[in-house]
Design a protein around this ligand. Sequence first.
Ligand code: EPU
Length: 421
Amino acid sequence: MDKLVIEGGRRLDGSVTISGAKNACLPILAATLLSDDKSVIRNIPALRDMSTMLKILKNFGVRVQQYGDVVKVEPKGYSKYVAPYELVSTMRASICVLGPLLSKQKKAEVSFPGGCVIGPRPIDIHLKGLTALGAKLKIEKGYIIARAKFLKGTHIYLGGHFGSSVLATDNVMMAATLAKGVTIIENAACEPEVVDLAAFLVKMGAKIKGHGTPRIIIEGVKKLHGAEHSVIPDRIETGTYMLAAAITKGDIMIKNAKLEHLIALADKLTESGLSIKKVPNGIRVKYIKKLKPTDVTTLPFPGFPTDMQAQFMSLMTVTNGISVITEKIYPERFIHISELNRMGANILLEGPCAIIKGVKNLSGAPVMASDLRASAALVLAGLVAEGRTDVHRIYHLDRGYENLEEKLLKLGAKVWREKEK
Ligand code: EPU
């Protein structure tokens, strides 16, 4: 197992290029299962989650070839429909094969993804949506067993206790592309990754309208064909480098990035005092004055993303004054607090609210990464901390940040990977 070592205290300066969006690639790769034809997906990041998804596709009998950041998928003749525990347990997003398999093969068996360190992650909304389309579903021996003679378009309200669901919207939208008649999804997730998936499905011949709004309308078609698509840039990776500029008082040109995908984060950082400018094909983020504490509440898109909550908290730990971060998507997604406090932060948890009293300095320490975004938060804290920070268990980071240490090194950070003893 590897750890990441960071010698903190260096200002980051220069440019970084953002990779393809992990959370768009995963459902898009799953969507290739809807056709027999070859599809070509570009801008695929080299991440562990991508390898897992490709293994899942190969396991169904799909032919997959990868050339750098391009993946060719040839599903012709694939007949398997079971996504086994060994593959699904390492990546919750595997659930997004359920909709396409069911729609194309009329049967699917996908291991139950279970909970994870960011709190319980139920799948009732996925099941509700697919049931409404006419699927028969049961849970048996840890698997979701799904069957359907045919799927039939319907009017579905797709919401739960915490609002819309990204992957449930993806699953139901994919399933509805080959259903008979029209499906209307109300309270659909509006995240850019859902919009990118819809764009790919439209290229495959699907009839979809309204993606990017809470009402998506899908008119079922008989068949989908293969398509070529280049995935959108990763907004969470982008946001993480925006925060890297802020926390190190730096100046970073973030290339291949879309500011419109991060409007809530940009709003909060601007309120705090950071300079954020849209430039052609990117964003320039520059520290110009002392940052002010800022309260945030995570919400579905276009609100402040839960996937930026931990990293934003790292910035607030060294911002003079008190800030409150309220987590409304995953109220238990706070494992990073104890690790940040180990580094000298002053954070108190009150239910789903973290109260952060800014301190002058963080001090480097050995810390344990618990999930992907929490790991990124610890790296950001390490960049500003005095002395050496060892971030253990960085396999989480390898799930979601392509070439993290190379990108940080190029920006002037002192960071390297070591084998755990
Ligand atoms: N929820 C339910 N029932 C469901 C589905 C979701 O109650 O059937 C709840 C969840 O527990 C949560 C809320 O609804 O409270 C929203 O969850 P959502 O379904 O939108 O999450 P997801 O689709 O499983 C994706 C991203 C996550 C990101 C969330 C929220 C992918 C592969 N994952 O998950 O990304 O946090 O949306 O934006 O797209 C990450 O990249 O680190 C990550 C965790």
